[in-house]
Design a protein around this ligand. Structure first.
Ligand SMILES: Cc1cc2nc3c(=O)[nH]c(=O)nc-3n(C[C@H](O)[C@H](O)[C@H](O)COP(=O)(O)OP(=O)(O)OC[C@H]3O[C@@H](n4cnc5c(N)ncnc54)[C@H](O)[C@@H]3O)c2cc1C
Length: 464
């Protein structure tokens, strides 16, 4: 596009039009440095109106536009098209209102998730969505991906927290429905089409988020179990015995735990929180508001399962620093896998009952094709969401990620799961979308895309 003549600077101000060398690395790659972007221009609008003006112009000229947030997505979805516009919402970062009476927060799309957390807590209320990238990910990005994270088990995904939404459509039309209602069945609920659409149907500019009472206590433990079946029975029992306070249930297969804690001991001097050698390890957390009662209830619940033999070993955090150590096992897993780079990583979901079959089948199929392959499994098992890391270990050869994808997604397909639990499709998983969605579903998706973005300018090449 012809930057000088199209009036972009008139819309956002010259300082917010970045071209050439002024486009820093932040706009050219993502968190994992796995994908690269080559936008012609980065624009940093300050208002919904400015976003609308930009899209009207792009629509007229047929120029691709990719909305970008913190660039922490995992599938290349925020990588702007070559020669297109990278639309960074970072200046639209205000928290416009916190309404404790209605338990809502009205926030602009460029607000960083952690800033929103802290603002809510300062008012004595709670925004439950939490994930490792909280310090960089933005509200527009977590809505764009329908992010999940560590507390989905109790409070749901981002979709469950969005009450109202304001978006700008491909032609620049502003659609705003910033209501604060939990219930609203007046016709099609279009906001759910936009949530998780990875910037392909509209640009989110503002949202009304649902808040919850701020938990004032948390009880955290890491527990060992010997079988997957025991682990899932434990999940069900704790969910009942903790009276709905179970907030996180983060599982690591035993070999994955060992690799991570060994590396963390070696590189971070972090003590191993629980002896190695068991089948499965789970970081369990409950949250509540009755300090004495909650602690006692948590200890009672774990003691009962230790006595009954479901849990074979456990370590309970007695201080904030011990809590950080336990969560460190899960939040800083990358320490254990750095020397396996480059590897293939997966984010899949399925019925919890078939998870052991999934792991066994993937390992079998990998061994047939790549005799030296290594694979590790962990994830938000409480939500039916597993992550896998696979390296085929073929020294001297480039990573054959497509062959590994076919093995992993082939098993997911057979077991009726999804190839994208929370990270989305982006460009990375696009070739496999029809392994998880039927022809009719894809037809419907294309029809929606065509209706809302007939010129295909919004994040082209992503998802579909
Ligand atoms: C360390 C780490 C841990 C993570 N843990 C989790 C986890 O537990 N659970 C989980 O679900 N994800 C996790 N993620 C990935 C997750 O998708 C992102 O962290 C987050 O949802 C993306 O937010 P972002 O602002 O970085 O979006 P970006 O990466 O910038 O964008 C992601 C997508 O959203 C679109 N988008 C961005 N802004 C807008 C907007 N204003 N309007 C419309 N579309 C927009 C982009 O076009 C792109 O398609 C993790 C990532 C990292 C790096």
């Amino acid at each position: 596009m012809d930057i000088s003549s199209n009036g972009l600077a008139e819309i956002v101000g010259a300082a917010n039009v970045l071209i050439g060398d002024d486009i820093g690395d932040r706009y050219r790659s993502d968190f994992l440095k796995k994908h690269v972007a080559a936008p012609a221009v980065v624009l940093r609008p300050a208002s919904t109106q400015e976003v609308s003006e930009i899209l009207k112009l792009a629509h007229r000229e047929g120029t691709p536009v990719t909305a970008i947030g913190g660039q922490t997505g995992m599938c290349g979805a925020a990588m702007a098209s070559p020669g297109g516009i990278a639309l960074s919402l970072e200046r639209m970062n205000r928290i416009e209102e916190i309404d404790p009476a209605s338990m809502t927060m009205t926030v602009q799309a460029g607000c960083v998730l952690q800033v929103a957390h802290e603002a809510a807590e300062a008012e004595g209320v709670f925004l439950p969505l939490d994930l490792g990238a909280r310090g960089s990910a933005m509200i527009g990005g977590v809505i764009g991906t329908n992010a999940g994270g560590n507390r989905v088990l109790r409070w749901g995904m981002m979709r469950d927290m969005v009450l109202g939404l304001e978006v700008v459509l491909a032609d620049g039309r502003i659609v705003s429905s910033l209501g604060k209602m939990i219930k609203d069945n007046a016709g099609y609920n279009w906001k759910h089409l936009l949530i998780g659409s990875e910037g392909t149907l509209g640009v989110v500019t503002r949202a009304v988020l649902r808040l919850r009472p701020l938990p004032t206590t948390h009880q955290t433990a890491i527990v060992a179990t010997e079988s997957f079946e025991d682990t899932i029975r434990l999940l069900r029992k704790l969910d009942a015995s903790l009276s709905g306070r179970l907030s996180s249930f983060e599982l690591l297969w035993g070999d994955c735990y060992e690799r991570v804690v060994d590396a963390q001991l070696d590189q971070l001097k972090r003590p191993v929180p629980l002896a190695k050698g068991h089948g499965f390890y789970t970081v369990v957390e409950a949250m509540g508001s009755d300090k004495e009662g909650d602690d006692a209830q948590f200890e009672r619940a774990l003691a009962a399962e230790l006595e009954g033999g479901l849990i074979v070993d456990a370590a309970v955090a007695n201080s904030e620093s011990q809590r950080a150590t336990l969560w460190g096992v899960r939040d800083e897993m990358h320490v254990g896998f750095m020397n396996l780079m480059p590897f293939c990583n997966y984010d899949v979901s399925m019925a919890q009952s078939v998870m052991p079959t999934f792991v066994a089948r993937v390992r079998e199929d990998l061994a047939q094709r790549f005799p030296n392959a290594v694979s590790y499994f962990y994830g938000h098992a409480g939500d039916g969401n597993l992550h896998a890391i696979v390296n085929p270990l073929e020294p001297g050869k480039p990573l054959d990620s497509i062959a590994v994808d076919r093995i992993v997604f082939g098993v997911v397909r057979e077991l009726g799961g999804s190839i994208a639990a929370e990270h989305g499709i982006g460009t990375l998983r696009r070739e496999f979308l029809d392994w998880t969605r039927s022809e009719d579903e894809l037809w419907m998706m294309r029809a929606i895309k065509q209706a809302l973005d007939p010129r295909g300018i919004l994040n082209p090449g992503k998802v579909l």
